[in-house]
Design a protein around this ligand. Structure first.
Ligand SMILES: N[C@@H](CCC(=O)N[C@@H](CS)C(=O)NCC(=O)O)C(=O)O
Length: 227
């Protein structure tokens, strides 16, 4: 299988899921501006929307949209139920509920905060995301979103919260989320994925990860530029 990705982007979520499940995956980096892969192929022919992630299966079929991709990945692994409870259970619906929450209430508005086209709306979007983080922080009763088992929704949440320093969210305001980042970032398979994407920890608490070139360009204690 091939995973089309940008380092530190939302494609890191399916990458982490593959590592956690021991699934073989080939990472194909896509240039954000030219939409060319690192081997020169036209990514728009793979995903007409131009964004990552896209998963190409061994038979050539392509699946887009991160939440759908991670659900397919667990179906491909005999160990999948470790990260995504069995069909028909409330526990599974709860994970799906969080996947939807992360994609619509966090990922999209957070992505808009990176985009200067929405600059006039940034203050309002920032406030809205703060409200969602307040709610999320209040929900944590265990180590992860749904308790003490790491799931595909946790991988996705980790990736979105990892953007916090770039878009001016100080996660120390949400202690449960701050603790969550430290916990997920310490998982051996998550560390492998971070290393594979050449992402390094930065700032004193070391719980956020970015490409080394970006950390250097911002200075180790400054706010890094967009990954
Ligand atoms: N709805 C898509 C959104 C994916 C998305 O926003 N990808 C970003 C990276 S996090 C991207 O590739 N942006 C570059 C672009 O839109 O050209 C999903 O959930 O998979």
């Amino acid at each position: 299988m091939k995973l089309y990705m940008h380092p530190a982007a939302c494609s890191l979520s399916p990458h982490i899921v593959c590592r956690e499940l021991g699934l073989e995956i080939e990472l194909i980096e896509v240039d954000r501006k030219t939409h060319r892969t690192n081997s020169g192929d036209d990514y728009l022919a793979i995903n007409g929307n131009g964004y990552v992630p896209a998963l190409m299966l061994d038979d050539g079929s392509v699946l887009t949209e991160g939440p759908a991709i991670v659900q397919l990945l667990v179906e491909r692994s005999p160990e999948g139920s470790r990260l995504f409870p069995k069909a028909g259970t409330y526990a599974r619906s709860q994970v799906q509920s969080y996947l939807n929450f992360v994609t619509s209430e966090l990922h999209k508005p957070m992505a808009m905060l990176f985009n200067s086209a929405y600059e006039g709306a940034h203050a309002g979007i920032h406030e809205l995301v703060c409200k969602r983080l307040d709610w999320l922080n209040s929900r944590f009763a265990g180590a992860y979103l749904t308790g003490n088992n790491f799931t595909i929704a946790d991988a996705y949440l980790f990736v979105c919260l990892n953007w916090s320093p770039w878009i001016k969210f100080d996660l120390t305001r949400w202690p449960a989320l701050h603790g969550f980042m430290a916990r997920v970032g310490a998982r051996p398979k998550v560390r492998e994925a971070l290393q594979e994407e050449d992402l390094e920890a930065f700032e004193a608490d070391g719980i956020f990860f970015a490409p080394q070139s970006y950390i250097d360009s911002a200075g180790r204690s400054g706010t890094p530029v967009r990954p």
